[in-house]
Design a protein around this ligand. Structure first.
Ligand code: 5GP
Ligand code: MN
Length: 341
């Protein structure tokens, strides 16, 4: 990771010391890093006796609800008025784990009018300049890891409580696929090593994150792998798609398809995978790659999205069937990049 600029740290120190009301907001469809980094910062500020609330645009996946105080999170989709009131009365708004204001589309319109000082902490490429203070490091494994380094730099006597450590560890673990990618920098393991000193139960967290499938979810995964995967070795690509009807058949709950997109990459020779999920009026797309194939570029060029080199997302406003055809028809155009490494 990059060293954080000393002026930035001094400014943040001042902002935190001189303010009392904080709101932390993360991106819609929050994942482990969005919630983990937000809750980590929340526990730090709470410990500093600050008035702090976490706001999410929509539902939090159930597998994260064991993290302390996630029941206090305000979801804009469930309590818009309460969320807006928090934003309007805040001195500081922390924006965590997103690089574009469109990732909090639920309050995109209002965002500019909030008077609070806005601080962005994120690890996605090309951050938009929508905050007063921007701490962005694309080389960092996760926003949670970046929050750890920021807190260490801001507070010499940082007390790493167990709740703080559990939150940040969850973000680091989920954004690195359980330390299988984006985690070769020693700084990640220094952070984890320090977090472990708090007494957090790593195996408990692993169990909560990775061994928490409902029976329906496990069956849905089996069904997708057997019946819904298309294998295109000529493009070193494999992908899956799930219709609304199929989701209903498996009693779909939010978060159930989390991680499914990674499975095709376990096939020898496959370096690009995609998952398309039919929603009410759009198709959600997820992309994963290995090596140099730019999943984010593929998504921004074709699916109005973006993300990291090897993990990106986007959406499609044509029909579910058309989306799948579109994806397949795009592959020849990317053949050189797909066969490069
Ligand atoms: P996922 O496939 O898990 O939804 O998303 C993977 C990564 O892609 C996320 O961490 C995020 O960086 C990015 N991402 C997902 N959906 C979108 C989207 O609609 N727009 C943009 N710009 N990035 C997205
Ligand atoms: Mn992240």
């Amino acid at each position: 990771m990059k060293e954080i600029d000393i002026n930035t740290i001094e400014r943040l120190k001042k902002i935190i010391t001189e303010s009392s009301k904080f709101v932390i907001v993360c991106h819609k469809n929050p994942d482990g890093d969005a919630i983990g980094s937000s809750m980590g910062l929340y526990h730090y500020l709470k410990n500093e006796n600050k008035d702090v609330s976490v706001v999410t645009p929509n539902d939090i996946p159930k597998f994260l609800l064991w993290i302390e105080d996630t029941d206090k999170i305000i979801q804009i989709n469930a309590n818009r008025k309460g969320a807006i009131e928090k934003f309007e009365s805040a001195d500081v708004i922390f924006c965590l784990d997103f690089n574009s204001i469109s990732r909090i589309s639920a309050i995109e319109e209002e965002f500019k009018s909030f008077k609070a000082t806005k601080v962005l902490i994120d690890h996605h490429p090309f951050p938009e300049q929508f905050a007063d203070l921007i701490i962005s490091d694309t080389s960092c494994s996760s926003t949670a890891e970046l929050v750890y380094h920021v807190l260490k730099a801001v507070d010499n006597s940082l007390e790493i409580t167990c709740s703080l450590a559990e939150s940040l560890y969850t973000g680091i673990s989920t954004d690195t696929g359980g330390f299988s990618f984006n985690s070769s920098d020693p700084s990640t393991f220094y952070a984890v090593s320090d977090l472990l000193k708090s007494g957090l139960d790593k195996d408990f967290i692993h169990d909560k994150i990775y061994n928490n499938y409902s029976y329906d979810r496990m069956r849905l995964l089996g069904y997708c792998l057997e019946k819904k995967m298309q294998y295109l070795p000529e493009y070193r690509t494999a992908f899956m798609s799930i219709s609304k009807k199929e989701l209903e058949e498996f009693n779909f709950q939010i978060g159930d398809t989390e991680g499914f997109v990674n499975y095709p990459l376990s096939i020898k020779g496959i370096i690009f995978s995609a998952l398309f999920i039919e929603k009410d009026n759009l198709v959600k797309a997820s992309f994963r790659s290995k090596g140099s194939f730019p999943a984010n570029q593929f998504s921004s060029e074709n699916f109005n999205g973006g993300g990291h080199l090897n993990a990106a997302g986007g959406e499609s406003r044509i029909t579910y069937e058309e989306t799948i055809e579109k994806f397949k028809s795009l592959l020849p155009k990317y053949k050189n990049l797909l066969l490069k490494d």
